[in-house]
Every structure is written in structure tokens, then in C-alpha cells.
Design a protein. Sequence first.
Length: 366
Amino acid sequence: MKAFANIKSRYAEYKALDSADKVKAWKEGLINNAIYLLIIIAVIYTYTQNSRFLSVASIVNIISLSAANIPIACGIAGTIVLTGTDLSAGRVVGLTACISASLLQSVTYATKIFPDLPVLPIPLVILIVIVVGGIVGWVNGFFVAKFHLHPFIVTLAGMFFARGMTAVICKEQVSIVSDKIFTALSNFKIQFPFGGTINKKGVLVLPYIRITVIVALIVVVAIYLMLKYTKFGRSIYAIGGNQQSATLMGLDVKKTKLKTYMLSSFLTSIGGICFCLNTMAGTTTQATGLEMDAISSAVIGGTLLTGGVGNVLGSLFGVLINGTISTLVKTNGKLISSWSNIVTAILLCFFIILQSIFAKIKESKK
């Protein structure tokens, strides 16, 4: 009801405008929502070519494929709000996935990484992985906050460190073949009672989501509540908007930056566990370049590179947009998969230009 009331009040405000202001409002509306209009047009065009694209099964599939990226994008969005970034995210995902796979190997596994170490309980493995991610985040945050080093350089060093550690731990692909509980979690499905399709054998196949989707949604809700209702969440926006003003207000800038980078690596570790659940393996090349996908998703979702603006729901939407683009390209049948990267690059440039326009408009109003 509140949403309808807001729409009604905005419509009343629009009616009260004169013709010149109405034209200006339309222009601003088109600029703000241009990218979404283009995506809607692309989706409609794809639907005319392939009517199954907007089926429940297809939509659920996009969400399932994007689930592991959602926690990572949410974490990186927090660092961007602070006018920083986290280039180590992709390699931390690979590192945590390799550690998870290595610790869950059977004692009799031929190429067990830690031959004298028994199979550990899954909760302990998850705790170890999160601690490893937290340490990487603490180191990144410490050098950024304490020594005022540029986040690009610091997290780039973190990326190389995580890449090297991944190669040390996983000299080859490490498969999880003996842990029955982890296998059961990987195969766990929640089926929808509707939206099924008939396959070539005449069998009804119902759409389903995996446990990684549930984890991603829990992360989104938790981070949304934290950013909106906690002092730490509000401090991130305040420092990202104006660090000098935040300092004068008595906010602990160094501590907030340290916590934000730890949070980013914590969420990246969760993403690594989700990747491990999806692939049931860890490799040195896993999640290569994922940090770039996460950064683009955050920016496409409305996180400003200038800091102070961004939200977890926007990052979620950005990840799903990237997933939709990938699916659009794959279902086209005439384009190679690399076109999804090209389209994402175009969208990213478009959003950066929009952000520049918004910044100039904001400055002109002062």
C-alpha cells in the first residue's frame, strides 16, 4: 500500500509541473532508466526468437547460475562505496574453493594435498575458509586504512598472493568424491510445483533452485539490513560520501575501512564455498577474472565509483543483468560466447558516462 501511495504522490507532483518541467522530468527519467529500457527491448526481441527464454525454467536457471556471484558483488560494492575496490576477490574465491576441496578429500584419495590430515567436518572447513578470507581482507584493509595506500595496488598484491597460494595448494584439479554430506548439499534441490517443461522423452521437468541460491538470498537480506540499520553500515556511506566530514563527525574512518575490506573477503569466501558446491572441485583457474564481473555488476547496479552511493539490491540486480546478457547471447545461436563480455563492457561504459552526467547535474544544482 505504501508503494502505491508513493506512486500516487509522485504522479500528483508531476501533474503540478508546467510543460517545461514535465519535458525535463521525462528527459531525466529516460536517462536514469535508459539501460533498463534497452534490456527490456533486448529481452522482448529474444523472446520473439525463442519463446522459452521468459519461461520459469529459464529465469530460475539465470538466478541459479548467478547465485555464487551475488555475495562477491555485494562485498565489492561496499569497497566501491568507500571509493575503493577489491581486485583480490576472484583469486580469493579460487583459493577458498581449493582449500575446501582439499580439506574434504578422502584419506585414501590418490593425490590428497594434506595426506596426514583426516577429513574434517564441513562446519570446520567452512570456518577455516572464512578465516582465510578474513585474513586476506584484514591485510588489504590494514594497508589501505593505516598507510593510506591506493586500494588498487593493495588488492592487486592480494590477488597475486592468493593466486600463488592457490597454485601451491592445488597443483591440479582437486575433486570432492567421497564426502557424502557435501555431495548431498551440492545435489540438494528445491523444485517449483509449476513452470515445468516436457523434454524430448515426454517427461515433465520441473524448474528448481540449488542451495547456493538460498545462501545468496540470505547474504543479500543480511547485508541489506546491516547497511540500513547498523552504525557500521551508515558509516560506510558517510565516509564514502565525504571522508573529511565523516572524520569531523567523529566516525572512525580507519576502523570502518578495515571492517569493510574484511567484510568483502568474508563474502568472497562464501562465494568460494558456493563455487565449490556448484563444481564439486577446486582448480587453480577457478573464478579467473570474476572480480571484474563483480565490479561491473556493482557499477551496473548503481554503485557510484565516486563513492557514497550504492546498495545491495542494486548489486543483486547487476549480477542478474550480467547473467541475463550471458543467457541472451547463448540462446541467440548466432553469436559466440565472447559477445557477452563485449556487451557488458558497453553497458559498463554507458553507466560510467551516466555517472559523470549525474555528477555534473549535482554540481550545477549546488
